[in-house]
Design a protein around this ligand. Structure first.
Ligand SMILES: *Cc1c(COP(=O)(O)O)cnc(C)c1O
Length: 231
């Protein structure tokens, strides 16, 4: 019998392919991150056995024991949650990509920790494109300035932008946020800032990845549609 996680993963892959066809894009240019927060290490192992290559987690305390238990797994770990400065030492060097850098102070803390550990860290800048007060992320109009400042930190490498879609049933409003991030991405790419690479556009979750793909996302973060509902 095919495990539910494998079947879910397959269904998400098929959906991604369909949305790509519809928007004349190539499925292989879209990185699928399985978001495993609240699920145990065994569930992650299972997903990886079914071909998942990228795993996303959002809470530091929760992910540390999982990282320990899954040290042998050949996956790229993504830190996608809000990162507090006092937790930076736990994540630096352990994650392939940190998606949630939204202030210079946080970037400076990351830089300091990288110097201490003698490592470098790839990051995305998280942008609040929905205008919701409850959301983390730098304001769109401040993004270019933050990217320029982070570019001066020699151990932190900006690889793109991330956003969380607006929490609404209104597809137009969700789409507007994604479109804004895409425009910022293209704008900053065009500036050709030394040390900055606009490569990853991380947007789209279980309920809105179809819209994100149509709006140009190349990195989607899928939790519930792969692992099931969270308790
Ligand atoms: C939880 C989470 C996801 C995945 O959400 P689903 O709706 O379960 O797909 C994606 N991105 C971030 C930042 C998250 O915290």
């Amino acid at each position: 019998m095919v495990s539910p996680i494998c079947a879910n993963l397959e269904a998400v892959r098929t959906a991604v392919e369909q949305f790509c066809v519809r928007s004349k894009r190539k499925p292989e240019e879209i990185t699928l991150i399985g978001v495993s927060k609240t699920f145990p290490a065994d569930a992650i192992r299972e997903a990886v056995q079914c071909g998942l290559t990228d795993v996303g987690e959002s809470r530091v305390q929760e992910v540390l024991p999982k990282l320990e238990e899954l040290r042998d797994l050949p996956v790229r770990w993504h830190f996608i949650g809000h990162l507090q400065r006092n937790k930076v030492r736990h994540v630096v060097g352990r994650f392939w990509l940190i998606h949630s850098v939204d202030s210079l102070r946080l970037a400076e803390e990351l830089q300091k920790e990288c110097e201490k550990k003698w490592v470098e860290q790839d990051i995305l800048i998280e942008v609040n494109c929905s205008g919701e007060e409850s959301k983390f992320g730098i304001m769109p109009e401040k993004t270019e300035e933050l990217v320029r400042q982070v570019a001066n930190l020699n151990r932190i490498h900006v690889k793109g932008l991330m956003t969380i879609g607006k929490l609404t049933e209104n597809e137009q409003e969700i789409r507007q946020g994604f479109r804004l991030l895409r425009q910022l991405f293209e704008h900053i790419r065009g500036l050709d800032i030394a040390g900055v690479e606009m490569r990853y556009l991380s947007m789209g979750m279980s309920d809105d990845f179809h819209l994100a793909i149509e709006e140009g996302s190349n990195m989607i973060r899928i939790g519930r549609k792969i692992f099931g509902d969270r308790r």
